[in-house]
Design a binder for this molecule. Structure first.
Ligand code: FAD
Length: 444
């Protein structure tokens, strides 16, 4: 595995059941305790683990979720504990089975890395940069990776989990193979995040909140309870909109959003550490399923396949689902051959298709988004806006919308008759664009 981010770690766990030895390489110095990493700058921003991702991780590491919670992660019902204000109102918060503990990215990655390191046959090496691939004399089969110090590591299968730059694409090009076609949708989302001391539950009992401004404002804010009795908030500007870094200015900026809950939290909780910024230029999807010529023994996984606007919180879950798919494909083919790669590339593409459609579709609701617009996007966005309004009145619609966002149901399930009729009935915006529905208190 080249890369010990969430994708490389998930893939290592899956590979360990199918190969005698698994080596995970990372160019970063991996910290001995949860801490942001230099080569994973997004780790300072909030990272929500969706239930589909939590299910994979718990399956690979039984007891992980309980352990995370015991160490301070916050148990979260993604529906009942989530205050979600969009399209002029607050969505209903029925109890659900959508569970995923909330924590910081370094906290989760540290816990997963420790467990991966304990899996028999797995070795994690840090401070090691992969710089190329080795191949057999025909160039048809990858035989390992070349490292920055000039040494090589032999491997039957090399998984590029190097993140959105997908470094191995240059390496396979050097072997004479073209990279996969890529779809790029320019979003230019800018984040400013900061942590605050959490001394008790938020008013209304929520543990996570998202306040989404009208698309024309290109502003939204999110707050998430995390380990260490902290909140982490981020303020995002889409389409080049730039949230201020200065605390007071940012608080005033967040006050312009249609609900005060996150601005109030920022005003009443003690800030911890400095604010950190992140800029996300574009959604990027590499169409690995269209690759016709590629070397055997090489695959991409995680952000290397596709990275989506992070405001939808899908990246780690997508990586876990791709790793799960890789395991299934290895079981089906039983060999590292062309059939494995074809099968896996098709499966990875199916995994990323869902978050891609949600993220890219959602991004096109904002002015400034540029790129190939999937067919039917405007129609879909109008329907989703109606669904959000209906979810302000109707528990069943709110639950379904949350299930889709949580990646446990496919977007098509929003169109099934039982939901569509409710959306058509309740999804007409009425009254002033203000808070029409009071948040339900979180369950005990
Ligand atoms: C601002 C922001 C917020 C986000 N929020 C969420 C969220 O709420 N929920 C969610 O699920 N996802 C979120 N994501 C996405 C998430 O960070 C990624 O999708 C996820 O971590 C999968 O990443 P990865 O492992 O593929 O890549 P990365 O996490 O980028 O890891 C790649 C690893 O490869 C290593 N590497 C790179 N090149 C080499 C090399 N040549 N040799 C050796 N090692 C190498 C790097 O050091 C790094 O450790 C967010 C992303 C951003 C930018």
């Amino acid at each position: 595995m080249v890369g010990a981010g969430m994708a490389g770690l998930c893939a290592a766990r899956v590979a360990a059941e199918r190969f005698d030895r698994v080596l995970v390489l990372d160019r970063d110095t991996l910290p001995p305790a949860p801490a942001p990493r230099a080569r994973v700058p997004q780790g300072r921003q909030p990272h929500l683990l969706l239930p589909a991702g939590a299910r994979c991780l718990e399956g690979w590491f039984p007891g992980l979720v309980d352990d995370l919670v015991a160490r301070g992660a916050v148990p979260l019902d993604l529906c009942a504990d989530f205050y979600w204000h969009q399209c002029g109102g607050v969505l209903r918060r029925p109890a659900s089975a959508l569970r995923g503990p909330a924590m910081s990215r370094p906290f989760l990655e540290d816990a997963v890395r420790r467990r991966v390191g304990l899996v028999p046959g797995v070795t994690v090496r840090d401070g090691v940069t992969a710089v190329g691939l080795t191949a057999d004399p025909t160039g048809r089969r990858v035989t390992g990776v070349r490292l920055g110090d000039g040494s090589t590591v032999a491997a039957d299968l090399v998984v590029d989990a190097t993140g959105r730059s997908a470094h191995s694409l240059d390496w396979v090009r050097a072997l004479g193979y073209e990279p996969p076609p890529v779809s790029v949708v320019r979003v230019d989302t800018r984040y400013v995040s900061r942590t605050y001391r959490r001394s008790g539950p938020a008013e209304g009992g929520w543990k996570a909140a998202a306040v989404v401004g009208e698309p024309a404002t290109r502003r939204l804010a999110v707050a998430l309870a995390i380990e260490g009795d902290r909140w982490i908030t981020f303020v995002a500007g889409l389409g080049g909109e730039s949230p201020p870094v200065d605390e007071e200015q940012r608080r005033a900026y967040v006050r312009t959003l249609p609900s005060p809950v996150i601005a109030d939290l920022m005003a009443t909780c003690e800030p911890l550490g400095a604010a950190s910024t992140h800029r996300f230029a574009d959604d990027r999807r590499r169409h690995v399923e269209r690759l016709r010529r590629f070397p055997l023994g090489w695959v991409l996984l995680g952000d290397a396949v596709s990275s989506f606007d992070p405001i939808y919180g899908q990246g780690m879950t997508s990586a876990a689902l791709q790793a799960e798919a890789l395991g299934r494909c290895l079981d089906r083919t039983g060999a590292v051959d062309r059939a494995l790669a074809r099968r896996y590339f098709a499966a990875a593409s199916r995994v990323v298709a869902v978050p891609w459609s949600l993220a890219v579709g959602g991004d096109f609701a904002y002015p400034g988004t540029e790129g190939p617009r999937p067919a039917g996007t405007d129609l879909l966005n109008r329907y989703v806006a109606r669904t959000v309004v209906a979810a302000q009145h109707d528990d069943a619609v709110a639950l379904r919308l949350n299930e889709v966002q949580a990646m446990v149901r496919r977007p098509g399930s929003l169109f099934l008759p039982g939901i569509a009729l409710r959306v058509l009935r309740r999804g007409r915006a009425t009254g002033p664009a203000s808070e029409r529905v009071l948040p339900r208190p979180a369950r005990a």
